[in-house]
Design a protein around this ligand. Structure first.
Ligand SMILES: Cc1cc2nc3c(=O)[nH]c(=O)nc-3n(C[C@H](O)[C@H](O)[C@H](O)COP(=O)(O)OP(=O)(O)OC[C@H]3O[C@@H](n4cnc5c(N)ncnc54)[C@H](O)[C@@H]3O)c2cc1C
Length: 468
């Protein structure tokens, strides 16, 4: 082919990028394009943290491409209008892109395929964001998996694809030097989303550095450390996996190497990390095969649950003022950084649904607005798991006690004290139940509990039993 457009979406990188590598191999001129979609300004789930991460990652991509002699073309608007227009402007024969798996993105892609084909241009979509797509791991009866363990076994039984090499340098800048390119917004503020969080840096280099650091040591203790929010025991790669600033094959190849040089005692850490990466693909295939989860419970009988509609409780949860320190510390961390540790996500999600008895979709929506890694499939899966309404979910009668969760996973209260300065003076043994010293509590300015866990637990069990 003479000219191909590579359309960057959730693959903002120059290495291990399947569609981009194919475009480079098969076309004489490749036009790298990023479209700042109208939906980035108007979508219901848009959040400042994710938008800032995206803008940083596109800027980093622009620089990485320029170093290799490629010019990134930016256009703002709707991809279905922009892509055929760009094909005409550049004389491209086809558009290459990596596949998206969310139902709304696939519907959009189907529309675009129709538009491009009708206009006489080609389009090719490549598997890239996952190792195994929704139809590649099926049960013996050719059905989709709804339970993680057998899914992960089937996943691991197949050979893993190797990463693609970084693209080579080529002076395509000059060939498209006159092609107009729009400016990206300088910040989320410019499009109406003021950034109040201090988020981790975006871009491919930041992602590769995180991976290098994690695999140089922490991965070996991951099995033990991953549940303790005060430790930096996890990879922090989720925003990068979401934006595609790192390729999944790159992570798996590096993990394999790290495991090969590990002692027998260190290998389980690598295996647990692999399992977590498989959870990501598990929830993507759940979303694809059971798209009704976007609108309601995976198990439809749970759509009849009679949730509370207490707005004050919801606001207290969002703002980290429930009176339960581990819940409040987690929410304040989310509001300040756009990130939250997995153990804490489970704790706050259980608290919202099983202590406050509020609909899991309220929490799901709030997370999507705040999280820098907010991802429809993983977020929906995590919320439905915690609420007990999902695939392979925690059973409804499994209810975390926020005090014992805090005592178990933040025993010395290090995480709580980092985010709740009002509790700095509390001794370790009371840090997760400050109400046990009413005098100190009244001096501390930390709020009293908005509900009593033991009472709410009984109400929650009754609420679920009513629909069983
Ligand atoms: C209520 C709730 C909401 C969640 N929302 C999201 C979300 O919007 N986006 C998101 O990426 N993850 C979400 N998760 C999963 C998990 O909490 C994060 O992936 C993890 O905390 C990210 O930190 P890390 O990169 O250091 O993870 P690590 O522990 O280093 O794990 C490595 C990678 O594996 C994947 N992963 C790990 N755990 C899970 C999981 N349970 N489900 C799916 N993928 C997983 C992620 O891509 C992660 O980056 C949610 C979990 C819950 C309980």
């Amino acid at each position: 082919m003479q000219t191909v457009i590579h359309w960057f979406r959730r693959d903002l990188r120059v290495s291990d990028n399947t569609a981009l590598s194919e475009a480079m191999k098969r076309a004489e001129t490749v036009v790298p394009v990023f479209i700042f979609e109208d939906a980035f300004r108007t979508g219901p789930d848009v959040g400042a943290a994710r938008l800032e991460f995206l803008l940083q990652s596109v800027e980093s991509l622009r620089k990485n491409l320029a170093e290799l002699g490629h010019r990134l073309i930016i256009r703002c608007g709707k991809s279905e209008n922009i892509l055929p227009q760009l094909c005409r402007e550049t004389g491209a024969q086809a558009v290459f892109a990596n596949k998206r798996y969310e139902p709304y993105a696939q519907r959009r892609d189907e529309r675009i395929i129709g538009i491009l084909l009708k206009a006489g241009f080609g389009i090719e979509l490549f598997k890239d964001a996952v190792i195994w797509e929704e139809a590649e791991i099926l049960t013996q009866q050719e059905k989709s998996y709804t339970v993680f363990t057998p899914y992960s076994k089937a996943w691991k039984a197949k050979p893993i694809t190797l990463p693609r090499a970084k693209i080579g340098s080529r002076n395509s800048e000059s060939e498209i030097a006159d092609l107009p390119s729009d400016e990206l917004p300088k910040s989320p503020d410019e499009v109406g989303f003021p950034l109040t969080q201090n988020i981790p840096p975006g871009g491919e280099r930041a992602a590769l550095e995180l991976l290098r650091r994690f695999l140089a040591g922490p991965v070996y203790d991951y099995g033990g450390n991953r549940n303790f929010p005060a430790l930096d025991g996890t990879s922090n790669l989720s925003p990068h996996l979401r934006a595609g600033t790192i390729g999944i094959r790159t992570i798996l190849a590096a993990l394999k190497k790290a495991r090969a040089s590990a002692t027998p005692a260190q290998q389980p850490g690598c295996d647990v990390f692999l399992n977590e990466l498989i959870w990501r693909e598990f929830y993507l295939q759940v979303l694809h095969n059971f798209p009704h989860v976007m609108k309601g419970a995976f198990r439809p009988e749970y759509n009849a649950l009679k949730w509370s509609d207490n707005q004050e409780h919801f606001t207290a949860w969002c703002e980290g003022r429930t009176g339960y320190p581990i819940v409040d510390a987690a929410m304040r961390c989310l509001n300040s950084t756009g990130t939250m540790h997995n153990r804490l996500r489970m704790i706050v999600a259980m608290f919202l649904t099983k202590d406050l008895l509020l609909h899991w979709q309220w929490g799901e929506r709030y997370f999507m607005k705040q999280l820098v890694d907010g991802d429809l499939a993983a977020n929906n899966g995590g919320w439905q798991w915690s609420a007990g309404t999902g695939t392979d979910a925690a059973p409804y009668f499994r209810i975390f006690n926020p005090v014992s969760q805090g005592e178990k996973f933040d025993a010395e209260g290090k995480f709580v004290r980092r985010w709740i300065p009002e509790l700095k003076e509390y001794p370790d043994d009371l840090i997760h139940q400050p109400w046990e010293n009413p005098l100190l509590l009244s001096k501390s300015k930390y709020p009293p509990r908005i509900v009593l866990h033991e009472e709410q637990r009984v109400k929650c069990l009754a609420m679920f039993k009513a629909v069983k």
